[in-house]
Design a protein around this ligand. Structure first.
Ligand code: TXE
Length: 515
């Protein structure tokens, strides 16, 4: 298990002396706050051996035994919420509110949800077959844990997106190695401490701090990989997993469109546009990244949004209520945001507010509203993942839908209209894994419904029954109790038996009605 050296930061060698440590920075101040080991492939293999040794015992605890530990962890998160929030804020520079609402609330609810629903989602299923050849036999489908799950996480939500995916994997009876982003490893290490305090057996949950190579080594060791991050790295993970035929689940980038129709509640839509594009500094996989507004309400909507975004406070978060928009977590992300805004400006877009990096300590980009944009601009087609909101005027809903679907991504989308029945119909024409009407992002809190991307936004889903079954192998069990010494289809073959079977098949399926 990796551990953390608190500041003063010094290079920390992995136990094999293979790789140097990774400094962890507070993006809101620029200060280095800790250094964590950069685990080598050999060290990841050691963790994997420990995990494999622990798996059978963990599985044998059953849903009840595992659920008891997960429920204890739920209480632990609530009891230590302040410390967890401080840790998240220190390594991300996000606001206290972003850490509380999107991370503490999520972890709290997820521990309870999976402890409660794992037994139901993974219960043995008795199956009745339509096949006359198998009638009378007992058929059972069961869900067995895959064994060792490797979770590779990003930096935008160190608790929700990295640790959150470990919870259902553990509930299903797997052991887990979490490879957090090298940018934000401290929250995962804190959660490992919490899980130990809650009585999780040695080796069941481990954290492998390190960079992309550590992640690659985990792909080689695990029985299944749950990856959240960029589409580019997701492709690399898939390719590497192909070497060992390891299944991979991917939650990748997005370019979520917001479609504002002429009959929308403009005040609510404008508040939502400001919030869902700027919360977490716009570093949300399901952030509102582009807006299409029907011409008759375009000017009013733009005015409202611009006024709201202009009023947002930004800077180092020092407590609840201090700022609305925090730091840019990942250093190269600032370059991407700057490139998208510069590209838009060069092609004729107008910046109504923001439009530059903030000067002074820390890494910040001003909350930005862009208009006069179109699909020749990167800000409308590539994931920006920053506090920017490009707004485009469209003639009607048809044009908005066409442009919304003109993207390699398909994670989420939102539609804004008072005619909710029409909104629901239009939602079905959007190519995205989730579509919200008069809302955005909050579907993530409904752990009952699947969350996952279409197109290049991902493979598989989290949440819902599928969100835990993906961590299992299905096994079909057939049991024959009463049977003759020999079934009619067994050897020897005879022309008479085959003629009879032919007639029986014609009777059964000849008119297509019994299919
Ligand atoms: O992600 P990476 P980055 C998007 C966002 C951002 C971009 C890049 O657009 O600009 O991704 O972010 C590990 N084998 N999102 O560079 O590289 C890495 O160490 C195995 C969307 O941080 O995908 C980290 O733990 N693992 C997103 C994790 O992969 C490897 C959230 C993610 O890193 C690896 C964050 C390799 N070869 C960014 N290389 C979302 N969907 O929410 C790196 N890693």
């Amino acid at each position: 298990m990796a551990s953390v050296d608190e500041a003063p930061a010094v290079a920390t060698n992995g136990s094999n002396g293979v790789a140097a440590g990774i400094p962890v920075e507070n993006p809101a101040t620029g200060a280095v706050i800790a250094t964590v080991p950069n685990l080598s492939a050999a060290e990841v293999a050691e963790l994997a051996a420990k995990a494999r040794a622990a798996q059978a015992g963990w599985e044998a605890l059953g849903f009840e035994g595992r659920g008891a530990i997960l429920n204890r962890a739920q209480r632990w998160v609530m009891d230590h919420a302040d410390r967890i929030i401080e840790t998240i804020v220190s390594e991300t520079g996000k606001t206290y509110e972003d850490a509380q609402l999107a991370e503490i609330a999520y972890a709290g609810s997820a521990f309870g949800f999976w402890a409660k629903h794992a037994p139901e989602f993974l219960a043995d299923e008795r199956v009745r077959t339509e096949s006359v050849f198998v009638k009378g036999k007992k058929l059972v489908v069961r869900y067995a844990p895959v064994g060792l799950v490797g979770v590779i996480g990003p930096w935008n939500f160190p608790l929700t997106n990295s640790f959150g995916d470990c919870i259902p994997a553990l509930a299903a009876g797997n052991t887990v190695i979490l490879k957090p982003s090298e940018v934000t490893p401290l929250t995962s290490l804190l959660m490992a401490e919490g899980m130990r305090e809650c009585g999780i057996p040695e080796g069941v949950f481990q954290v492998a701090t390190g960079d992309g190579e550590t992640g690659g080594a985990l792909v080689d060791e695990a029985d299944l990989i749950m990856f959240t991050g960029s589409t580019k790295t997701g492709r690399k993970v898939l390719a590497r997993a192909a070497e060992t035929i390891t299944p991979v689940q991917l939650e990748l980038g997005g370019k979520d469109p917001m479609i504002v129709l002429r009959d929308a509640d403009l005040e609510r839509a404008a508040n939502a546009a400001a919030y869902y594009s700027m919360n977490n500094g716009g570093q949300v996989c399901i952030s509102t990244e582009r807006v299409y507004v029907e011409a008759p309400v375009y000017d009013e909507f733009v005015d409202k949004v611009t006024e709201k975004v202009r009023g947002l406070r930004q800077g180092e978060p020092t407590g609840f209520g201090t700022v609305e928009v925090g730091a840019v977590i990942f250093p190269p992300q600032l370059d991407i945001v700057e490139r998208h805004v510069a590209d838009a400006r060069a092609k004729g877009a107008t910046v109504l507010t923001g439009g530059r990096a903030r000067e002074g300590a820390g890494r910040f980009y001003e909350p930005t509203v862009l208009v006069g944009v179109d699909h020749t601009m990167a800000c409308m087609t590539e994931e920006t993942f920053g506090p920017t909101l490009p707004i485009m005027k469209v003639a009607d809903a048809e044009e908005a839908l066409r442009l919304a679907n003109d993207s390699p991504y398909g994670l989420q989308a939102s539609l804004w209209t008072k005619d909710t029945a029409r909104g629901e119909q239009l939602a079905r024409r959007v190519e995205a894994g989730a579509v919200t009407v008069n809302d955005a992002q909050v579907n993530y809190a409904a752990l009952e419904v699947p969350m996952g991307g279409w197109k290049t936004s991902g493979l598989g889903t989290r949440h819902g029954a599928g969100g835990i079954r993906k961590y299992t192998k299905q096994q079909a069990i057939l049991v024959t109790k009463l049977a003759p010494k020999k079934d009619p289809h067994m050897f020897p073959y005879s022309a008479r038996k085959s003629r009879l079977l032919g007639r029986a098949l014609k009777f059964l399926y000849g008119r297509g009605k019994r299919a």
